[in-house]
Design a protein around this ligand. Sequence first.
Ligand code: ADP
Ligand code: ZN
Length: 816
Amino acid sequence: MYAQVAVDIPLFTALTYAIPDELDGLIEPGHLVQVPFRNRSKTGLVVSVDETLEDESIASKVRDIVDLVDTEPLLDERGVQFLKFIADYYLAPIGQVARLALPSFVRLEGMKHYRLVDGASSATVHDDDLKAAAAILEESDEPVAVKDIKERIKGMTFRRLSDLETAGFVEVSYEEKDARVKVRTEKFYQVVDPPGEDDRIGSKQARILEMLEGEESVSLTDIRESISSPYSSLSGLEERGFIRVWEEEVYRDPFEQEPVRKPEEHVLTLDQQQALQAIGTARQANSFQGFVLHGVTGSGKTEVYVRAIRAEIEQGNRALVLLPEIALTPQFVAVFRGHFGEKIAVLHSGLTPAEKFDQWRRIKRDEVEIVIGARSALFAPLTNLGIIVVDEEHDTSFKQGEGPRYHARDMALVRGKLENARVVLGSATPSLESYHNAKSGRLKYLPMPDRVADRPMPEVDIVDLRDNDGAPPGPSDVLSYQLVGAVQDTLAEEMQAILFLNRRGFSPCVICHACGHVFECVNCDVSLTYHRRQESLRCHHCDYSIRMPESCPECGDQKINRRGTGTEKLEGHLNELFPRANIARLDRDTSGGKNLRRTIKAFRHGEIDLLVGTQMVTKGHDFPGVITVGVIMADMSLNFPDFRAAERTFQLLTQVAGRAGRGEDPGRVYIQTYNPEHYSLQAAREHDFASFSERELALRRELAYPPFGHLIAIKFEAASEGRCIQAARDYATAARRVLRQDEKLGQSVFMLGPAMAPLSRLKGKSRWQILLKSRSRADVRKLAIAMLNGVAHFEPNKSQHRDVRIVVDVDPVNML
Ligand code: ADP
Ligand code: ZN
């Protein structure tokens, strides 16, 4: 018997190994095994088991599988099939797909630990080898890594040790080796004996005491929030016995802290009912069906998800919910916890590999009914999967940007089909791909064009930034009188406003007034952004930074111009204009995970009046107090060198606008622009998805861009520009050869490039690309494969281009 094993190396096919007699009958697809590779041992995933070799001539070279790492398979047959499909579709190495799907599988053997169960001891084990293993466990109070046991007993294997599991002698857990070190603690303070009249204390100390007064405990983090460098004051207070301090372990899971939201029961709108009916019909037939739930912001999509999921669970099925950028959505999880209690697993990037694997095992043992997570949760080993929800399906973060570049939304449909499940793609602004699929009948279209409770859509004004005969449109280049007036009114009514500007920092372009020298990143083809707080110039791609120079390095002149406005400068403007308002900024500079959640929470509770921010403020938050939304400059995303620029702009504007008027009060949106006539903006003003998509789809049809055409990009990246160009040319030559030989392909597939990528230098690397485009998916794929074979791409050891990173991106989303 032979097994095909996917190993985490950049090889496209699985490797063939023989199954030795002692493992005969034990190995199935989905098992983790140890195999010899070159002169090392590697962990791999069995993807198939066959009785014969496809190519008998290699029989003498085939080596044996060494060991079975875990007697329980990681994936079932369908799970393995799913991985194979992805590797094939995305032209990606199977081992790397497996690694993406099972993030920890490479290290799994190191994480597995045993502990003797109560009553078991080396005396109760009869087999000598295993007795020795039990003795090792006996000596330790802590669980012992199985790998360590194996290493301490000569000739021991994982497979043999697993008999301890089967016989019930040990309990299994998965832990990081140094998990204990990683426990996070936090200091907490409490007043024990407040100072009396005669005790002299400093003013900072007084402020601290004021904060602590009447509280059970206040964390150091919270104190630091309002009082800078409190350390010496705190220790002074503690030494004098006024307060006490202790440490507590704090939870790493941010979602555990979010209070569960009490479930609201609503009378469904007609649209919600119809959507649920359609999903219900597919459920009753137990058949695969994909849906596009096109609900405007505030139409109650979550309610549809919740009810559709509940119906599946009642039928004994399980559910998977995929969200973009999980860190932003503890609210979403809280709503689900409110409805479904604890039978939810949340997979997010904050988990350690061991914690991830613990969640994985909970899921695999059917201990949870719902899995919520970002992109990679797509691979969660749920059985009886009844429904997959992809919320904000248009979001580009569903496309993996590294390694195998799979699209979680597209693959959700594939998995749904494999599992006979319902797949609901929800969005206020569906991607044109999904919308087109719905219109052409491949997916079912479920429209929800109205907000719940007769709430009106916000009114949208387009503000022309040009109109002033060269004078600024308002108090500054980026703030029109119209928008400033609206913010003023909003504050007067004690309501809230959001101002969106997709550019962090102070000034995005720094230029010498005398010689015109522009400060650019040394590694990337972009200008540096001035950050005032740090007095530095930074690159937003690679984080290269220098101190803001006093004079121009080219000509020595001291007049250095800071052009354009980022969120930091905008916040400054607003502070001057509205000194009494509470203004906060939300961008990558201000908002590491915890701060982000804190700011969002404070805003939701009305402690902040004005929120300035980048993309982060546009995502599905529900802020009932927001009545005004301002888009500072809509042109920024319009001018992107990407055929999806108009679509992105429309989505962005619609999503930002959707933050307004979600409560009782109607909202108003101001879009400032230099391109007021652009159809993306006009359509966003009218909330007219239909006319936008009609126009945009017509353009795409003409140019054979998605959804009418299919793209495969080959991207080249190297430190040496010459090597990069050479590689791109060699690939292009291979493609041209195929196109000449195969007339049909020649007529169907276009090759664009090789050309310099729009971002031609990034992180010190030159970048080139080739784009293959065709109205036929089969043809573009055929050409890509023939071309890649022509340059031995699938056999990396034969490649001429080892010093060039070459990435094949099927259905590319990032065109830079
Ligand atoms: P979306 O995700 O479509 O933007 P949400 O699901 O966040 O909208 O719903 C917006 C608000 O409307 C939420 O506060 C939700 O509780 C409420 N809601 C949902 N369905 C109904 C309904 N049928 N009647 C009244 N309110 C509803
Ligand atoms: Zn850079």
